[in-house]
Design a protein around this ligand. Structure first.
Ligand code: GLN
Length: 467
């Protein structure tokens, strides 16, 4: 007979005692259930929920969920690889108690990201969260470097129930317009309150460019926490909006034409409390290591798009001159190159300097995206890669010859091209490990097949309400 006090196969020491105390506290706070959340390879958020009283059991033994979701597509059909996609087998979801949050946006619920572990208590090679933690730990060990990351969130607010397919913007008025702010005043105020109560430090919220579009940016955290936060913030935006009779789409392209929803990533590398993107001898105060890190990102970006822009709909967004950053170029405060060097304002550079990577959207699994971005940057850093010249203005103005002479490449224009680049990129495949690398390829090919024969409008519609 085992008890909850027996050694835990997949959980962390001390978690059972903690979870026991926590579940009593949560019950006292009116929390009835806990959402256990992760993101699959296709970028779909998947969950199980447990009653609050089962938290200690979940901390001890995990909660069962099939590994088959690693090769689920956005439309819930399944593809397979050599090791994934089988209807057999099971995994255990272990809530990370350090990141458990009472959901203000969903009264009666708490939320926790999970690590996925085998029934034997071993790391599941398909778990993106575990992978990101290892990539970050490895960087700390090998280079003494830690990272700060933040994922911007853009979304479109539509009218009506989640069942209708069409998108009817819930707000009117111009981009960045005061009218929209007023129209969504109650909902956004409640959102701010919910996020604050959930410990999310919001930097800004504003009406964005596209129809019904808003954007929120939040403070930077270590990469695993930043990815968790991205999932939590979206859950909260959706929940608060729904309470106001609104539905939201984080899809890369709500419509085939026009500006889409990005999920720009802000990333900075630090050593012993010092920001490597500030106070250095390189351009705009970058250290040599930060320049090489940026060069690594640029070099791997064509392949990275298979992870950071993983949906057929991502390529409706990734178009020139729409601030999505579709060229392998960098510049200070540029909005059309893939990598924007942000120096921060004078007086705040040491805290604020970072790199913004733009060809990322919210169909991306944030754990895999951050893991691959860090791996790509570190590849540049390790090889002391040279950062090319800065590009100012919109690279779309270059003819083919000038672009080639400046080393500027257009990023993949389709998911097929992105997969081809990814297949060739041994570094990224190794960073993900064979199981996840194969899953990425199989799932992307599955998505491509799922939209074969559809026109752009149909592709946008197919993914409009998936993310
Ligand atoms: N403010 C912005 O940078 C807009 C970003 C743009 N919506 C994108 O798709 O990336």
């Amino acid at each position: 007979m085992t008890t909850l006090a027996d050694p835990v196969p997949g959980g962390r020491p001390g978690d059972v005692e903690r979870a026991t105390a926590l579940s009593a506290e949560l019950t006292g706070r009116g929390v009835h259930g806990i959402v256990l959340a992760y993101v699959d390879t296709a970028g779909i958020g998947r969950v199980k929920t447990i009653p609050t009283a089962k938290l200690a059991s979940a901390a001890a033994w995990g909660v069962g969920m099939s590994p088959v979701f690693d090769t689920f597509l956005a439309n819930d059909s399944v593809v397979s690889t050599d090791v994934l996609g089988s209807p057999d087998g099971d995994l255990r979801l272990y809530p990370d108690l350090d990141h458990l949050v009472v959901l203000s946006g969903q009264p009666g619920w708490a939320w926790a990201p999970v690590d996925r572990v085998t029934q034997e208590g071993e790391r599941h090679p398909g778990c993106g969260r575990t992978l990101l933690r290892r990539i970050v730990a490895d960087a700390a060990q090998r280079h003494g470097i830690s990272f700060q990351a933040g994922i911007e969130i853009e979304w479109a607010v539509g009218q009506g129930s989640a069942l209708g397919d069409d998108f009817v913007p819930a707000v009117s008025g111009p981009a960045y317009g005061a009218t929209r702010q007023v129209e969504l005043s109650d909902c956004t105020a409640e959102l701010m309150a919910a996020l604050a109560a959930q410990g999310v430090d919001v930097d800004q919220l504003h009406p964005e460019y596209a129809a019904g579009q808003f954007e929120i940016s939040v403070g930077a955290l270590d990469p695993v926490a930043a990815a968790d936060r991205s999932v939590l913030v979206r859950q909260t935006i959706r929940a608060v909006s729904q309470r106001h009779g609104l539905k939201v789409s984080f899809a890369p392209a709500v419509f085939a034409e026009g500006v889409g929803n990005g999920g720009h990533v802000h990333l900075s590398a630090w050593r012993e409390g010092r920001n490597l993107h500030s106070g250095g001898e390189g351009r705009y105060g970058m250290t040599a290591e930060a320049e090489s890190f940026a060069a690594g990102l640029l070099a791997h970006l064509p392949a990275l798009t298979a992870v950071t822009a993983p949906s057929p709909a991502s390529y409706l967004r990734l178009k020139p001159s729409q601030w999505a950053g579709v060229f392998t170029a960098w510049g200070r405060e540029t909005r059309e190159s893939a990598v924007r060097v942000i120096t921060g304002t004078a007086g705040r550079r040491e805290q604020a300097a970072n790199l913004e990577v733009k060809p990322v959207d919210l169909a991306a699994n944030p754990y895999l995206a951050l893991g691959c971005l860090v791996a790509a940057g570190l590849d540049g850093l390790e090889s002391s890669a040279a950062l090319p010249d800065e590009i100012t203005g919109d690279p779309a103005r270059f003819g083919a010859e000038e672009a080639a002479s400046r080393g500027v490449r257009r990023l993949p224009t389709s998911l097929d091209e992105a997969v081809e680049e990814f297949r060739k990129d041994e570094l990224l495949r190794a960073a993900l490990g064979p199981v996840l690398a194969d899953a990425v390829i199989a799932v992307r090919l599955g998505e491509i097949a799922a939209v074969a024969g559809l026109d752009d409008g149909q592709v946008a519609a197919a993914y409009r309400w998936k993310y």
